[in-house]
Design a protein around this ligand. Structure first.
Ligand SMILES: [Zn+2]
Length: 124
């Protein structure tokens, strides 16, 4: 359970840091450098799962799938209890606005919220 979650987090971080689309093999190459015990089947499974959850985007070109962070969101929420990750849409998406606010040139941004998801909240 814990390992599954840390792999998902790692893959998500990789995709949110990437400048462009990555194939599953490319994601796997980066994952391997950090968690050498991970198999490519696990990477595939996690990618498919996260596409289903709406956390990441997928395009298929000539029968090869490429993955990217979600095009409309740079923010995600991690539940501290069940480890589930959810995409969060918040209105600050304008890089020029962000650059003006902090007085530095923003090229990309990401946010990670941590807390308790709705389902876990209802269970307590
Ligand atoms: Zn939860």
């Amino acid at each position: 359970m814990q390992r599954w979650t840390s792999q998902q987090s790692l893959i998500l971080e990789i995709l949110y840091d990437a400048e462009h689309f990555l194939s599953a093999e490319q994601v796997y190459d980066i994952v391997k450098q950090k968690q050498s015990n991970v198999g490519i089947a696990t990477v595939y499974r996690n990618l498919k799962k996260m596409v289903g959850q709406g956390l990441i985007g997928e395009v298929t070109l000539k029968h090869i799938s490429y993955y990217t962070r979600h095009p409309f969101s740079n923010a995600f929420f991690l539940c501290e209890k069940c480890g589930k990750m959810l995409r969060v849409e918040i209105p600050i998406t304008d890089q020029n606005y962000l650059s003006g606010e902090i007085g530095m040139s923003v090229n990309r941004w990401k946010m990670r919220f941590e807390g308790i998801c709705r389902e876990c909240e209802e269970c307590t």
